[in-house]
Design a protein around this ligand. Structure first.
Ligand code: NAP
Length: 313
């Protein structure tokens, strides 16, 4: 028996954009199928407290995503734990092939694959990844109880990670290439108030220094962006928090992109350069990149897909 399935709307991705699209497409009686991808729940599953999700003064990121999944499921969205490895945007219906080998054909596609952490690309960063170098404080912070840690970056992620890491570390050094943080003011205040955090301004990571056998981090060498002078900071863990890049592998050469790889949509809509394919959330949004704006775009994508399907019949 064939393992292939047809759906009116296939949603790819399981962050706030994907699950919200699932809620709306289900309520439009489109019986959507949602493929969760490699990280079910997306980036919010790697954060702790979320304080800007309307209706919740404070909610844990992973809990919020479990609730969104349950909501989409309760409305009738079929949720599949699989990874789309290929998307044929030229055939009609569209064909998505999953890691399991199962194929899904769909009249419309909602892409909500989000974004993932950027790396600096240093050979020593690569060498110690998983052995002291990480991009996820909530995943790996626990390993550094009582140790010194460094965080690289100056945005919301860097400041949130630095604050979270003070739960474990004896000291957290925040290394930023300017002397002004990009993070929200409320987070900055918390950072400056925290006695365990020391910011080092105008510095960039030059090299991660560590042991060979076993592999492990001992320090970072950072360089002054003005003078080039090198400084060594002892630490057992280094968290790289220099931003995120859109996860566009599936559609890289198939859809128009702009602003460094973000999927381009028609202004005020989620329509991409291919009719019937809609994009929502961090994969298309290079400006706001918030859970609530992603959810809003997920809603828009479901409404756009509903209209597209109605007009195609
Ligand atoms: P981001 O806001 O783009 O910040 C990236 C930081 O890394 C910036 O401070 C940047 O420096 C620095 N950086 C970038 N490339 C670098 C390099 N090669 N070397 C050294 N430093 C480098 O990224 P993010 O913090 O991951 O946040 C992404 C989005 O998610 C944002 O829109 C953010 O608001 C959102 N977010 C929101 C929350 C929340 O609402 N609680 C939490 C996390 C993330 P410069 O400042 O000099 O450019």
């Amino acid at each position: 028996m064939s393992q292939d399935h047809h759906t009116k709307v296939l949603i790819i991705g399981s962050g706030p954009a994907g699950y919200t699209a699932g809620v709306y497409a289900s309520r439009a009686m489109l019986s959507p199928i949602l493929i969760q991808g490699i990280e079910p729940g997306g980036q919010l599953t790697t954060t702790t407290e979320v304080e800007n999700w309307p209706g919740d003064t404070e909610v844990q990121g992973p809990d919020l995503m479990v609730r969104m999944e349950s909501h989409a499921k309760a409305m009738g969205c079929e949720i599949i734990g699989d990874i789309v490895t290929n998307l044929d945007v030229n055939s009609r219906p569209f064909v998505a092939t999953c890691d399991s080998g199962i194929k899904y054909t769909a009249d419309a596609i909602i892409l909500a694959t989000g974004a993932r952490a950027k790396w600096l690309g240093l050979p020593s960063e690569e060498k110690y990844k998983g052995f002291g170098v990480s991009a996820c404080a909530t995943c790996d912070g626990f390993f550094y109880r009582g140790q010194e840690i460094a965080v690289i970056g100056g945005g919301n992620t860097a400041v949130e990670e630095a604050l979270f890491l003070t739960n474990f570390a004896s000291k957290v050094t925040l290394v930023h290439r300017r002397d002004e943080l990009r993070a929200e003011k409320i987070l900055q205040e918390r950072l400056f108030r925290n006695p365990k955090i020391e910011p080092i301004w105008f510095h960039e990571l030059d090299e991660v220094i560590g042991t060979e056998s076993p592999l492990g981090v001992e320090a970072i060498r950072i360089s002054n962006t003005k003078t080039g002078k090198l400084l060594e900071v002892p630490c057992k863990g280094v968290f790289i928090a220099i931003g995120h890049a859109p996860a566009t592998e599936l559609v890289k050469n198939a859809l128009e992109t702009h602003n460094g790889g973000y999927v381009k949509v028609e202004p005020g809509s989620t329509r991409t350069s291919v009719a019937g394919i809609f994009a929502a959330g961090d994969l298309t949004d290079h400006i706001y990149r918030q859970a609530v704006t992603s959810a809003g775009m997920g809603c828009m994508a479901a409404l756009d897909a509903e209209k597209f399907i109605a007009e195609s019949n």
